[in-house]
Design a protein around this ligand. Structure first.
Ligand code: TXA
Ligand code: MG
Length: 342
């Protein structure tokens, strides 16, 4: 396997592709000594630190510019680590973990006392996920600790699905970036809260809600705007490019003649469109492919020198629910001002 070190101009910082054992050892040493490492998962890149080292975790918040009231997901590599984090794992949690882990699902469970308050923003619950990516699992195993990690973007900005996205946003602030190529799922994990009798989806994501219901019965959709103690991280504005996003309900309503706009289309339109200012998420309209391309397409449009992104709505089922959640939050920034992003 080839290793490539890409030197950033800022000293000492590097992206590492196809990590060898030696590289993974270095990343592990950084985690063990309280540093932060950006690493790939199947959903998006994460910005990780030892979940049981509160000072290391504090650095994550600092690097991202993330408010301390927004708790982090703790990543594990095997089921026994759940016991170090959660004080109770009920039948629903067991079934979901058994079916979807490793994978794009996060479970919110009652936390054990030993989990640092900075990880959970002082809540009595903890969010846990086992990612489906060899580099992520290897890093957690070698480090010997669960790894707390938010998405590796500046707070409020578009999530990273390539190492280059992390390098652009946080390159001069992190100790290391491990390049694992493109994220295969491309949207963040589905978050299910299981601390009460009712099961609540706090964020739609890589595991379709329908598949969760098929396993544990009815789930409620948590209010996306509930930025209260129930779901402190479910901020209404998020995933935002630096330019405004308009959401068009139907592709055929989009006015391609606007020369200051770029277009984010679900599928290839059957009329002429400005090819150089258009991103097509999936030529044939496949939701899985669309999810995998979403954030990269937004990153490219954001850098195109246009003034506005017009996005086509996608069907709201399966992964389409997660995609629409991200598009609505990106679009809401325009309506509400920029208070949640930078
Ligand atoms: O796919 C993912 O989930 C990615 C990768 C890196 O694993 N991570 C990710 O993390 O998206 P982040 O920090 O960008 O989003 C985590 C969300 C936040 O909205 C946060 O508020 C919520 O999870 N969260 C974390 N702990 C929680 C808790 N105890 N109760 C409710 N929400 C929680
Ligand atoms: Mg995030």
């Amino acid at each position: 396997m080839e290793i490539s070190f890409i030197k950033n101009r800022k000293e000492g910082q590097r992206v590492i592709s196809h990590p060898s054992r030696g590289v993974m050892r270095k990343a592990t040493a950084i985690i063990k000594s309280g540093g932060v490492v950006a690493f790939p998962t199947e959903t998006v890149y994460g910005l990780g630190a030892d979940a049981f080292n509160p000072i290391a975790v504090a650095r994550i918040f600092e690097v991202k510019n993330r408010p301390l009231f927004d708790p982090l997901i703790v990543h594990i590599a095997n089921l026994s680590q759940m016991g170090d984090l959660a004080s109770a794992v009920d039948r629903r949690a067991g079934r979901l973990a058994g079916r979807f882990w490793p994978g794009p699902l996060t479970l919110v469970l009652p936390k054990r006392e030993g989990v640092p308050g900075i990880v959970t923003a002082g809540l009595d619950t903890v969010a846990i996920r086992m990612p489906d990516h060899l580099i992520a699992l290897d890093l957690i195993k070698r480090s010997g600790c669960p790894i707390a990690a938010p998405s590796a973007n500046r707070f409020g900005y578009i999530s990273p699905t390539k190492a280059a996205h992390v390098l652009e946003q946080l390159g001069d602030r992190v100790d290391m970036i491990i390049d694992g190529g493109d994220c295969s799922v491309g949207v963040e994990s589905t978050i299910v809260k299981l601390t009460e009798e009712r099961s609540v989806i706090l964020r739609p994501g890589g595991v379709p809600v329908e598949e969760i219901e098929a396993l544990i019965g009815h789930v409620e959709m948590g209010a996306a705007s509930a930025a209260g103690p129930e779901a402190p991280g479910q901020l209404p504005v998020h995933y935002s490019p630096s330019i405004p996003v308009h959401l068009a309900d139907r592709g055929r309503d989009i006015d391609f003649s606007r020369s200051d706009a770029g277009f984010l289309l679900f599928r290839r339109p059957d009329r002429e469109f400005p090819v150089d200012r258009t991103e097509i998420l999936s030529t044939e309209g496949d939701l899985k492919e669309a999810a995998a391309n979403l954030f990269s397409a937004l990153h490219r449009l954001d850098k195109m020198g246009i003034r506005l992104i017009v996005a086509e709505a996608v069907p709201e089922s399966g992964l389409g629910i997660a995609i629409m959640d991200r598009l609505r939050k990106a679009a809401r920034k325009e309506a509400q001002g920029e208070e949640y992003s930078e």
